[in-house]
Design a protein around this ligand. Structure first.
Ligand code: TYD
Ligand code: MG
Length: 451
């Protein structure tokens, strides 16, 4: 095979070298040279879809009404903003073993059963392994094609002959282009393979999903650069030892971001959870110190969660602060506010904060709930079972307004809560029958009214 020429391009200054070097001679930065295919100028003269385009007055551009593919898995459609858009390139990121392949295989089966053709290219498992898994997950359909291949050029060739409506590449770190000498999974390969798939998806109008494994520090391996190449980025997350999995859109050109769907991993694959709040509160022990319920907005959807806190005297040395699911910095800030503004002696105590169910929230609206859980644990007195807390806590201990208050309150009512603590600065637009709304100025105020 004729070898395509490659070159090494500095990612900081654009300097080009024919050989890899540790330090860029152009700008002096270390470790910035990345291998790229040196594309002849001609083939660059096309748009990102691979078709040459002309500038047109906007009213002459045909307004294609979006025809989305409804996957049959409603929660996936919801996160994608109403279904899969043909020709879009979607990245699904997540820790290894979290269930990305399972989700995509189920999605493939759902789409295949609607008389659409699906091609699943796997660089990680053999075709027969995939077949076995597919059988376990449901019915195997004729429209679902499976191929075990790591050479992307061969994979794309096959995809061109199968002409699927839906293409999956699992994972972007295992496929490679033979024209690059870099190893699969390297920045050069990951980027090159993604741009090949991008052109392929756009020029043939094939909805393409690629799987990307995430490294320990949370970045997509083969850095975040993938995120701006694709149309949508979904993260599949959850604690491996919990059965809940959360699918979250962090970027979406065809819908809103931060939408979230909850799945449950079982023996027969992933099952949609239609009422996540109920699930997350189901293990809650009703009257124990250190537990508070908060309402977090996830996209357009309110989610009720239990925040647990444990404040205990430090046995030796500096106090430990640990958070799971909550933002570490905010918890520290809230502890400082409790200490300085309310005189709560927590400075010499260990503090643990945990959002039950393995969900992660970083919205400031859960601050008041975190503060109340900490106070409840510190005093060793439980909060009332029907109480819920909404509000951001400021540095002076004041409770500040949050967005979309009435949606949070409606969710609380739906799940049978009797009393909601809300920021005094905010007027509640509607009264919800059977739900008592308590306005609080500050954390101090909330403590007085709650205990
Ligand atoms: P997988 O989809 O292979 O993860 P990823 O592609 O993100 O690496 O999921 C692997 C895990 O899911 C594995 O530990 C087993 C579990 N699992 C179930 O519990 N039930 C099932 O039906 C399936 C298919 C997998
Ligand atoms: Mg996998």
């Amino acid at each position: 095979m004729a070898k395509t020429k490659t070159q090494y391009v500095c990612q900081a200054c654009g300097h080009i070298e024919v050989k890899w070097m540790g330090r860029c001679p152009g700008c002096g930065e270390w470790n910035t040279l990345v291998e790229e295919v040196s594309t002849p100028v001609d083939s660059r003269r096309t748009g990102h879809s691979g078709v040459r385009s002309e500038p047109l007055p906007i009213h002459q551009i045909p307004a294609q009404s979006e025809t989305r593919i409804h996957t049959g898995i409603e929660e996936c459609d919801y996160v994608l903003g109403g279904g899969v858009v043909p020709g879009s390139l979607v990245l699904i990121g997540g820790d290894p073993g979290i269930g990305k392949s399972t989700l995509l295989l189920q999605l493939s089966q759902a789409i295949a059963s609607q008389n659409r053709r699906v091609l699943y290219i796997s660089g990680e498992e053999s075709a027969s392994q995939i077949r076995l898994r597919a059988e376990r997950l449901g019915t195997v359909h004729n429209n679902l094609y499976v191929m075990a291949e790591t050479d992307l050029d061969l994979a794309v060739e096959s995809a061109a002959s199968v002409e699927p409506d839906f293409l999956i590449v699992d994972s972007i770190q295992t496929v490679f282009r033979p024209s690059l000498t870099s190893a699969p999974g390297s920045v050069a390969q990951v980027r090159e393979c993604t741009s090949v798939l991008l052109r392929f998806a756009k020029s043939r109008n094939i909805a393409t999903f690629i799987v990307g494994h995430v490294t320990k520090d949370g970045a997509l391996a083969g850095p975040r650069m993938l995120e701006h190449m694709v149309d949508a980025v979904l993260y599949f997350e959850g604690e491996r030892h919990h059965m809940y999995r959360v699918l979250r859109a962090v970027k979406n050109r065809f819908g809103s971001t931060n939408e979230l769907a909850v799945f449950e991993m079982g023996d027969e694959g992933l099952r949609e959870v239609s009422n996540p709040s109920l699930l997350f509160l189901s293990e809650r022990q009703l009257v124990v110190p250190g537990s508070a319920v908060v309402a977090a907005m996830e996209g357009r959807r309110p989610l009720l969660l239990e925040v647990q806190a444990l404040v205990a005297p430090t046995s030796f040395g500096t106090p430990r602060r640990t958070t799971t699911g909550a933002d570490y910095q905010r918890v520290n800030m809230i502890l400082a506010v409790l200490e300085r503004r309310l005189g709560l002696q927590v400075g010499a105590s260990d503090a643990y904060v945990n959002v039950a169910g393995g969900v992660r929230v970083d919205e400031p609206a859960v601050d008041l709930g975190i503060a109340m859980a900490l106070v409840s644990s510190h005093r060793d007195r439980p909060l009332a079972r029907g109480d819920m807390f909404v509000g951001e806590v400021g540095l002076t201990g004041e409770v500040r307004a949050v967005t979309r208050l009435s949606e949070r309150l409606r969710e609380a009512k739906k799940l049978g809560f009797a009393r909601c603590f809300v920021p005094a600065a905010q007027t509640v637009a509607e009264t919800i029958a059977g739900l008592e709304v308590v306005s609080v100025q500050s954390v101090q105020d909330a403590i007085q009214k709650a205990f």
